[in-house]
Design a protein around this ligand. Structure first.
Ligand code: BES
Ligand code: ZN
Length: 614
């Protein structure tokens, strides 16, 4: 790898402007020749056919004067017609070819153009099985009155609902006209208007240039509650007030982030609470974070996820990884900033507990990963970017930045990170860009604090470097004492001093259970603390995994209800994995899956089917 050669002499040297130098292994597009700079969508939302139908107009910027072919990414799109539009606005039919479908990357759409026209218009429809959309029938929603549809474009699913250059290398602005059934509200990652009439036609404008994975849409029975001067919550009626209460600190989070990293540049920060089938915890769609309802716990204990998605407004949406191999630039920086936000708004004690749990879980996860999967900068050629998702870019990335913070001190490191966000604002970069900037603005100005070899170890070697400092939580010391006493049989479940434990103390406790807990132990805990009935998804899924390991089969009805209702992969895939380890467990899991499948998102279906070998 070229990256390594930078270190050959033992010193970091300035990399020659690698902006746009590395091609994206997950896209067929050729943005060096011609790139999309704006998209105008005109789409009808058809719930009966489960399709988006209409057109996408792509404004082009030509870089190679000899180029005549526009290559776009698509997956399962039906292309009806392509028009080339010249500078005078005259449209002529253009010839196109849709390549055979690759199971991971979809079909390249090659459009022949006789001249480097400023615009092409593609008339198309999405397919009902579009990997980036979930279509829900009215009876699958909370009120049962109206259907619901939402998108999830990251990593490479925008191509399943819009033909485009589906690489974060390319940024574009967009507008949209969306027609949907009356009484439903349409929202997008754009300038949503909370007071828009529910009249069946919505228009959007997004003037900040974004990568394709941040294109987002949702349509459903959505109400709005304002939570601050530039924040609001959109949600189905059953949860909108509860969610507005849960997320009432969002403005405080924005203010805290701005004070360290500079102004919030996206105007509004609204949150859309999706149906429980949303496959992720959160998605940082600009101006409108998408979130799972499972973080509405009633006690704000899981709003760190909002801090995370908000942090992406700087790390990810403003400064963007140019391809998934450099995902740590998005997720590692974001996990770092997330923790700084939690510290500023909820205090150091809470922030530290979250760090300790994440660090411990990363260490256990890494123990099971191949060395190549333990690197911060990875080689993902030919690999589905959805498959390689681990805690490494998140938690090892944050750990690396905490290492730099500890060496340089916040007085120096915070302004550096802020300047980095400013310098690369609205650009897509690779690790070498970060390194060159780091070398010039931090390392060379404060020599002797961090060596090139240490940086290289963090980025390009497996494991957690010895230079990592382990976070320590005094509150967890008490949890550990209780866990040890309980497991040794010297402390009864009813005597565990957990009356005032917060979520993270419970996670620490459950993580302290042995690989193979004993059924009687879990029953005693359940009798005392009702863990099987926990309404907190983070506690519940860890507890259910432990229950399956222990053979605590009485909990099966609760497990079935949990995995039938929730589609968030992080919470349910580990339970399926644990169940699949025994023949009897696997039959039980398959039976639940058959019932749950119709309500699952295509991504969740794919993950679960892989685990169950279906
Ligand atoms: N951008 C990610 C979600 C994502 C990553 C989707 C890669 C597809 C491919 C989002 O910001 C995220 O990290 N979500 C986490 C939140 C958690 C770490 C607080 C999630 O959904 O669990
Ligand atoms: Zn993230």
């Amino acid at each position: 790898m070229r990256l390594i050669s930078l270190f050959a002499t033992g010193v970091l040297v300035l990399a020659a402007t690698p902006l746009l130098a590395e091609s994206d292994p997950h896209s067929y597009a050729e943005p060096q020749r011609v790139s999309v700079r704006a998209i105008a969508l005109d789409l009808d939302v058809d719930f009966a056919k489960r399709e988006l139908a209409g057109s996408a107009e792509l404004a082009l910027q030509w870089h190679d004067p000899k180029a005549r072919t526009l290559v776009l990414d698509t997956r399962d799109l039906v292309i009806d017609k392509v028009e080339a539009i010249d500078a005078s606005g005259k449209a002529t039919r253009a010839r196109f070819k849709l390549a055979a479908r690759d199971p991971i990357f979809g079909s390249a759409l090659r459009i022949d153009l006789r001249a480097p026209v400023p615009t092409v218009r593609i008339h198309y429809r999405s397919r009902p099985e579009a990997s980036g959309l979930q279509w829900m029938k009215a009876e699958q929603t909370s009120s049962g009155k109206h259907p619901f549809m939402f998108s999830q474009s990251q990593a490479i699913h925008a191509r399943s609902w819009i033909p485009l250059q589906d690489t974060p290398h390319v940024r574009f602005t967009y507008t949209a006209r969306i027609k949907a059934p009356k009484a439903l509200r349409v929202v997008m990652s754009a300038d949503n208007d909370a007071r828009h009439a529910l009249d069946g036609e919505f228009r959007f404008r997004m003037e900040q240039a974004i990568p394709a994975y941040l294109l987002a849409i949702a349509v459903g029975e959505l109400e709005v509650r304002e939570t601050g001067p530039r924040t609001a919550v959109y949600a189905e009626p059953y949860i909108v007030d509860k969610a507005a209460k849960e997320f009432e600190d969002t403005e405080a989070m924005i203010v805290a982030t701005e004070s360290i990293y500079g102004p919030y540049r996206w105007e509004r920060y609204d949150i859309l609470v999706l149906p429980a089938s949303f496959p992720f915890g959160g998605m940082e769609n600009p101006r409108l974070t998408f979130a799972t309802p499972t973080i509405v716990a009633g006690d704000k204990s899981l709003v760190g996820l909002i801090a995370h998605e908000l942090a992406h407004s700087w790390s990810g949406n403003l400064v963007t990884n140019a391809n998934a191999q450099h995902m740590w630039l998005n997720e590692g920086f974001t996990s770092y900033v997330e923790n700084r936000i939690v510290e500023a708004v909820y205090g150091k004690e809470v922030a530290t507990m979250q760090l300790v749990v994440d660090e411990q879980e990363l260490r256990s996860e890494m123990a099971k990963l191949e060395p190549a999967a333990q690197l911060l900068v990875t080689d993902l050629k030919g690999i589905d970017p959805d498959d390689g998702l681990t805690g490494v870019p998140y938690d090892k990335g944050r750990w690396f930045l905490r290492f730099l913070e500890s060496r340089y001190g916040r007085d120096v490191f915070d302004p550096f990170v802020r300047a980095y966000f400013d310098h690369f604002a609205f650009k897509s970069i690779v690790t070498d860009d970060f390194l060159a900037y780091y070398e010039q603005n931090l390392a060379s100005r404060h020599p002797g604090k961090v060596s090139a070899a240490q940086i290289k170890e963090w980025l390009y070697e497996p494991g957690i470097p010895a230079t990592a400092s382990n976070a320590h939580s005094a509150r967890f010391d008490a949890v550990d004492v209780a866990a040890a006493g309980f497991l040794a049989g010297t402390l009864a479940a009813t005597d565990i001093p957990a009356q005032h434990w917060v979520t993270y103390e419970w996670l620490r406790f459950i993580n302290a259970l042995p690989e193979q807990p004993r059924v009687e132990q879990l029953k005693a805990l359940d009798a005392a603390w009702k863990l099987s009935a926990s309404g907190n998804g983070e506690i519940a899924f860890r507890w259910y995994v432990a229950s399956v390991r222990a053979g605590y089969t009485e909990v099966r009805p609760q497990i079935a209800a949990f995995i039938e209702r929730i589609g968030r992969r992080k919470l349910i895939v580990p339970i399926y994995e644990e169940l699949a380890k025994s023949e009897d467990g696997k039959q039980f899991a398959i039976a639940i899956y058959r019932k749950a499948k119709a309500g699952y998102h295509p991504l969740t279906q794919g993950s679960v089917e892989k685990v169950l070998g279906l």
